[in-house]
Design a protein around this ligand. Sequence first.
Ligand SMILES: C[S@@+](CC[C@H](N)C(=O)[O-])C[C@H]1O[C@@H](n2cnc3c(N)ncnc32)[C@H](O)[C@@H]1O
Length: 391
Amino acid sequence: MSDGSVSGRSLPVDRIVLGDCIAEMNALPPASVDLIFADPPYNLQLSNDLRRPNDSKVDAVDDHWDKFASFDDYDKFTRAWLGAARRILKDDGALWVIGSYHNIFRVGAILQELGFWILNDVVWRKSNPMPNFRGKRFTNAHETLIWCAKSQEQRAYTFNYNAMKVLNDDLQMRSDWVLPICSGNERLKVGGEKAHTTQKPEALLYRVILSSTEIGDIVLDPFFGTGTTGATAKRLGRHFIGIERERKYVDVATERIRQVVPVAAEDLQITRSKRQEPRVPFGRVVESGLLQPGQTLFDQSRRYAARVRADGSLVATDFSGSIHRVAADLQGLSACNGWTFWYFDADGKAVSIDVLRQKLRAEMAADDKPTPAKRPARRSGKVTPMPRRPA
Ligand SMILES: C[S@@+](CC[C@H](N)C(=O)[O-])C[C@H]1O[C@@H](n2cnc3c(N)ncnc32)[C@H](O)[C@@H]1O
């Protein structure tokens, strides 16, 4: 990782670039990143210190990077960074932007002006929001994330629907996410003080990245701050590019990401719909030597047994055929899924042959994963959404 500026037009993959995000994105090759996650300045327009009832000062966002002279100035800035982001996004890529009521409506309108196609607005409901100290308004307990495709026509974006459903205990994941704000050990400190006023929780980025990227994808964050996006991307086996103009944040993020241990490749495989999973014929298991011709398979109760033949068929007393056909015939059924019916012996333990299929699928996915430099335009996990109707 380095904070050096972009050299030539190559991609600074797994690096943090110190600089202004508009200039730095303009220096990157077009259509080169899979996902952009942006947490831009909110333009909070705080004129006075925010104080608690006991007169202590609230640690609010009053940083210089959040100050704009007018709405017009903020809109110009938003148009410039979103335009630069759109150019470097692959056609089938997607962009997430997070904001509060101060900026998200302006950002949303500009996104649409530029041709982005909004897929969802997700409400991040904070389970532990800061109270409204003066009691003059409702507690401001949420932020909004807008998720959009590059254009209405380019709708082959990644959405790992099944993985999101499993993450949500087998219930379809909704657009309201209840997650705590960043606190406790996760909150980075420098000299006992918060390292950054708006550090986002990793759980939020976990959901964003897991839902809308594949292993090995490149995720760019133009407002990198403490590097929450980079830390989560690295953990989930994705690449990141961070752009941040404050050196103190680059330093914090660099150290944070250095300490991240990525999840093991085999544990990163996600639940997919049957349609998305690569087909593995049983013959591949035999060809690859994971099972040997002559080896015996049996069902879980060890009532039935069959022998593996060199062509990937099974033979059992009166029957021979595919793993599915023999399993069905032995039980007198019209059909049976052989992958879940048959087991083999591994050091005295019965192991489902489906484990071998998963192993081959993981290998196929790993082989399929190109390095960032020679990455082709796209691969699996894509959806073409149904036309949307208001609820
Ligand atoms: C809302 S914070 C992002 C916080 C980040 N998501 C995290 O979890 O730490 C916005 C960040 O953008 C940076 N920033 C603001 N304007 C920028 C620009 N034009 N180019 C690069 N970085 C910028 C600020 O320094 C600040 O760290």
